[in-house]
Design a protein around this ligand. Structure first.
Ligand code: NAD
Length: 353
């Protein structure tokens, strides 16, 4: 089997995962099972209603809500949340990567246990990784302290995700899987997880787009998010994630949409150098990985051009320079000129081949 390669080691954190419609209502029972009594609920300002519904589920176990979670986890927000969490004995985060990032940032400083209810497909809930920002600089760290202990995946929560974010967030998750297939430190299990994650999205994302309230399809996409997040935690990422971090950090582009636009281009860039590792994915999508991912994204109505996110063409030289300066390991050597060419196509939204 192509996904097998000998000689590997693997360790797993003890994480409890529940998937199913209505599982969010079990949040209080999960606390009781661990003798936890006082939860600080976390959300973004946009998802405060979902946070308040979680407080209702928690009843007297809810200490309060902190609803100022923000993308890129600014340290000043974490400091305000720490004050609110002073008498809490656990955190309950309901939201996407931004809200889960805030829970992780508090846990890093307090070791409070985290129960998370993901509402996007970004996958942060499954990783011991935290990105946080201060003074315009975003730093990423890895610590077992930030890995959430309990994940409750409820398809009814993700069913409220607007269609545009549903598509870009799904492609964001698929990007973790594509890069995991050719990761330098991949192992047979990570490759199977990555393929399983890709398969879940390839089959169920079109169904979700056709019928956003289809809870069976939504549940499958959450299963894919779990697999893709798990694999993101296990192996190193390459050119694609480097470019997304560069564009997101330097030019403040939206996280999921940037991933969605770049994925066909970064996959095409690595297609020859990682040909053997990508064979199972190409079988799954039915052809050359970059082309098929571009067609898949287009068929779902995803944004295809970086210019549509407000990036100026004159910024492409700087982006290519930054991406080539401290490159992550990548199957194909990263040459600044080649990256500039890749970025031009992604900026225009043209086909990767
Ligand atoms: P997000 O959490 O920033 O959410 C985007 C917007 O959508 C927010 O306004 C949010 O309130 C809203 N939203 C989310 N779910 C919703 C729902 N079901 N219904 C209605 N509105 C909803 O977006 P994201 O893409 O999930 O997270 C991006 C952040 O996560 C970035 O900062 C990224 O760096 C981080 N991230 C971290 C990791 C990690 O392992 N550390 C992994 C992936 C992403």
């Amino acid at each position: 089997m192509r996904t097998f390669h000998a000689g590997f080691e693997r360790g797993y954190p003890p994480v409890r995962v529940c998937i199913g419609a209505g599982v969010r209502h079990e949040v209080g029972a999960e606390m009781d099972a661990r003798k936890l009594r006082r939860a600080l609920v976390l959300s973004t300002p946009e998802q405060v209603a979902q946070g308040e519904a979680t407080m209702a589920d928690l009843g007297a176990r809810a200490l309060g809500i902190f609803s100022r979670a923000t993308m890129h986890t600014p340290v000043r927000i974490t400091e305000a949340a720490l004050a609110a969490a002073e008498t809490a004995d656990c955190l309950v985060a309901i939201g996407g990567g931004s809200t889960i990032g805030l829970a992780k940032a508090i846990a890093l400083r307090t070791d409070l246990p985290q129960i998370v209810l993901p509402t996007t497909y970004a996958g942060s809930e499954a990783t011991p990784v935290l990105g946080q920002s201060a003074d315009g600089v975003k730093e990423t760290l890895r610590s077992p302290k930030v890995q959430p202990e309990i994940i409750l995946y409820d398809p009814e929560l993700v069913a409220t995700l607007p269609l545009s974010l549903t598509v870009t967030s799904g492609l964001n998750a698929m990007a973790h899987a594509v890069e995991a297939l050719y990761a330098r430190d991949r192992n047979p299990l990570s490759s199977q997880l990555a393929l399983g994650g890709l398969r879940a999205f390839v089959t169920s994302l079109p169904r979700v787009v056709a019928c956003p309230g289809d809870l069976t399809a939504r549940e499958q996409t959450l299963f894919g998010a779990w697999l893709c997040g798990t694999v993101l935690a296990q192996v190193g990422m390459a050119l694609h994630h480097k470019l997304c971090h560069t564009l997101g950090g330097r030019f403040n582009l939206p996280h999921a949409a940037t991933h969605a636009i770049l994925l066909p281009h970064t996959a095409a860039y690595n297609a020859d150098a990682a040909a053997e590792m990508l064979v199972p994915a190409e079988e799954l999508v039915g052809g050359p990985i970059g082309s098929r991912l571009y067609d898949f994204a287009a068929s779902l109505g995803a944004p295809l051009a970086l210019k549509s996110l407000g990036l100026s063409e004159t910024d492409l030289d700087e982006a290519a320079k930054l991406a080539a300066e401290n490159p992550y390991w990548n199957p194909k050597p990263i040459e600044r000129g080649d990256i500039r060419g890749l970025l031009q196509k992604a900026w225009e939204g043209s086909h990767p081949h």
